[in-house]
Design a protein around this ligand. Structure first.
Ligand SMILES: NC(=O)c1ccc[n+]([C@@H]2O[C@H](COP(=O)([O-])OP(=O)(O)OC[C@H]3O[C@@H](n4cnc5c(N)ncnc54)[C@H](OP(=O)(O)O)[C@@H]3O)[C@@H](O)[C@H]2O)c1
Length: 263
């Protein structure tokens, strides 16, 4: 895929992994972006940081139907179409199921999954027009291997994984590469309160390897190394072995996830 001249839409492109996607794509010659986020300031900052780039900056919430409709209209009118959609915006609220507020449960599902599906649905007419397009859905390692205290988040990310695969099979007749990215703990604002006990991945590395994956035609870009790949296989074939690992990590995880909330 040639990235130059592509019209690229990034949800949550104003911070973290989404912003790293933006930087990586600019490095590789892309110049036309629509960036979506709820807060205005970080969006506006992008025009100062990248003065030579054509931006359509859209303040909006991917979980609000009205905003989604406005986002698609603005992309059509001001970006002139869409070749690549990067569904990256996401939130997390960790904790025991009984402790997570009802509101956080609803909002995690609405932002991470329902909003992603609705935005993709409404962007599809534009993406189908592309001669060489792509959809990159950002899931999570927890979308493959669920862990205690991330039950709701993991459910949304597993949903993203299945949505991606179904979409690719449903729209196989279009020149759209549909792929999924599975980061593990990555050093972004989302992880500020996560109390990690190991080093996190660099978001620029996550974006670089994901774009390499796109250019190589990969379907899944999984982070976390060989062990992660092995664990995914074990989780599928012998889930009780992963249950044992989760049991061993339980107390530590319970403690560390107490304050992990980025909504
Ligand atoms: N960091 C990790 O360790 C990690 C690991 C696995 C997967 N992921 C996934 O990677 C993606 C990016 O995460 P990140 O760590 O970069 O998060 P982040 O640092 O918190 O950045 C999230 C971005 O999404 C935007 N956003 C959040 N909710 C939104 C909404 N309702 N509508 C529109 N924009 C919204 C935020 O801007 P506003 O707040 O201004 O809206 C921000 O630009 C997420 O899907 C996350 O689940 C992250």
């Amino acid at each position: 895929m040639d990235l130059i001249d592509k019209k690229i839409v990034i949800t949550g492109g104003s911070a973290g992994i989404g912003k790293s996607f933006l930087k990586e794509l600019i490095k590789r010659g892309a110049n036309n972006f629509a960036i979506i986020g709820r807060s205005e300031k970080p969006l506006e900052k992008l025009t100062q940081e990248f003065p030579d780039v054509n931006f359509v900056l859209i303040q909006g919430d991917v979980s609000a139907l009205r905003d989604i409709e406005r986002i698609v209209l603005m992309v059509e009118k001001h970006l002139g179409g869409a070749d690549v959609l990067i569904n990256n915006a996401g939130v997390v609220s960790a904790g025991g199921l009984e402790d997570i507020s009802d509101e956080d449960i609803i909002n995690q599902i609405n932002i991470n999954l329902t909003g992603l599906i609705l935005l993709t649905k409404k962007m599809m007419p534009l993406l189908k027009e592309s001669k060489e397009g792509a959809i990159i859905n950002v899931s999570s390692g927890l979308g493959y291997i669920a862990m205690p205290f991330y039950s709701v988040y993991a459910a949304t990310k597993a949903g993203v994984r299945q949505f991606s695969d179904a979409l690719r099979r449903e729209f196989h007749m279009y020149p759209l590469h549909i792929m999924t990215v599975y980061p593990t703990a990555t050093d972004t604002p989302m992880m500020k309160n996560a109390d990690m006990d190991k080093e996190m991945d660099d978001p620029d590395m996550v974006a670089k390897e994901s774009i390499d994956g796109l250019l190589n035609g990969e379907l899944n870009v999984v982070f976390g190394g060989e062990q992660r790949e092995k664990d995914i296989k074990t989780n599928f074939e012998e889930p009780l072995k992963i249950d044992e690992k989760a049991k061993a990590a339980y107390d530590n995880l319970k403690q560390r996830t107490k304050k992990h909330r980025a909504m």
